[in-house]
Design a protein around this ligand. Sequence first.
Ligand code: AMP
Ligand code: ZN
Length: 463
Amino acid sequence: MKIYNTMTSSKEDFVPYDMGENAQINMYVCGPTVYNLLHIGNMRCYVVFDTIRRYFEHKGFLVNVVQNFTDIDDKIIQSADEEGISATEVAEKYIAEAYTDFKAMNILAASVYPRVTEEMPEIIAMIAELIEKGFAYESDGHVFFDSAKTEDYGKLSKKNIDDLIAGARVEVHESKRSSVDFVLWKPRKTAEEPSWASPWSDGRPGWHIECSAIAKKYLGRLDLHCGGEDLIFPHHENEIAQTEALQDEPLARYWLHNGPLTSNGRKMSKSLGNFSTLREVAQNFSHEVIRFFLLSGHYRMPIEYSEELLISAEKSLNRIKNAYNALRELAQEPPIPVDMNTLKYRLTFETCMDDDFNTANAIAVLFDIVKDANMLIRNLKITPHLAHEYQFVLHELCELLGIKLGDVQTLHIGEEYIEEQLRLREMARKNKDWAKSDEIRDALTAQGVIIKDTPEGAKWTIR
Ligand code: AMP
Ligand code: ZN
């Protein structure tokens, strides 16, 4: 099994720390900052690592997943001010919403979801140890990590510390010795701000230290450390610096990063405002379609978010479901389970997934099954036992991707909606509002509806 490791920028054979029977893999996934509903860019990250986790389980490993919640942060405090509630209430609210979204997306639960505010003793102890060993310094109630003290700062992101110092454009905080140093602890700004007592000030931790402290407490040795590629620098680089300052072993054996979900070519993000929450997208598409769409590209590549691509994912998934349902109708379970006719699909599917979790190619195998099954059905060459075998393999491989094959979905736009849109278009044409008329036609085309203007009026078909 090959995995792309960001640390070595290459695909490596997967060799876990624990090699025994029922081997356990420790997997840390950087969790969300909870001040808002999750957008589907965030969801891509959690769906990808859930799929990778499922695949490891399929291979016989026990996977111990730890995923944190950043439940204290400037943005949470700002959200609390805006909503007129406490920071704790904001975090509680969005943690509950995140659980609902994870469940809806069929994401398996982590072993534990530690929250920063509940891990203060460990965080403070780690900062104290960093000071004691000379890797961090206190200044004016703040504590900073002294990046130059580590030998290999920048090894994950392939950045050179001298270039970073030379290129620093941000003004250096007055208490900081160097622009590459980063904050471990900061004093509260106002008396109302949530804060915790520490030897340096009443305040709270910087962002990066939480993951080092939580990973150490709950996992110790990490086989896999995962997150979106935007976390490589500075977040993961800083996690490495902190943890490896205090231990000889690397923080993690393999570093996995998912590519961005983009919107108009730019990474979808809360700060850019170009995001759609999962809740919004789920108004028009089922969670399975969204999951299928998010897995349709290789996890390290960018995926562009668009309604058209979701519609196309919906159609593709419907093709699989249609074939599955047709097979189920014909199927009869054999007395002894067999898989010799479908073993080739399983093997190819595994070959794709063994190659750095190539879900795009693995999904292509699903379509090979559908094509072959449809052909057998059409040519009346399918026996009830063979139908059972085909539906079984389709079901199992979809399950591996976390996709349940339930009943067939109808296209999310109904006939009435199309007729209504065509009436509006007709009105626009009568009023010579060509722009409006084109806009309606383009929107329908994007949703898979083909319009043909005839002397009897507009006719439509589904692509
Ligand atoms: P945040 O709450 O912003 O820290 O994000 C939580 C997780 O979602 C992190 O692992 C991010 O890297 C990931 N993430 C955020 N935006 C995107 C995006 N547009 N595409 C893929 N992953 C993302
Ligand atoms: Zn982290």
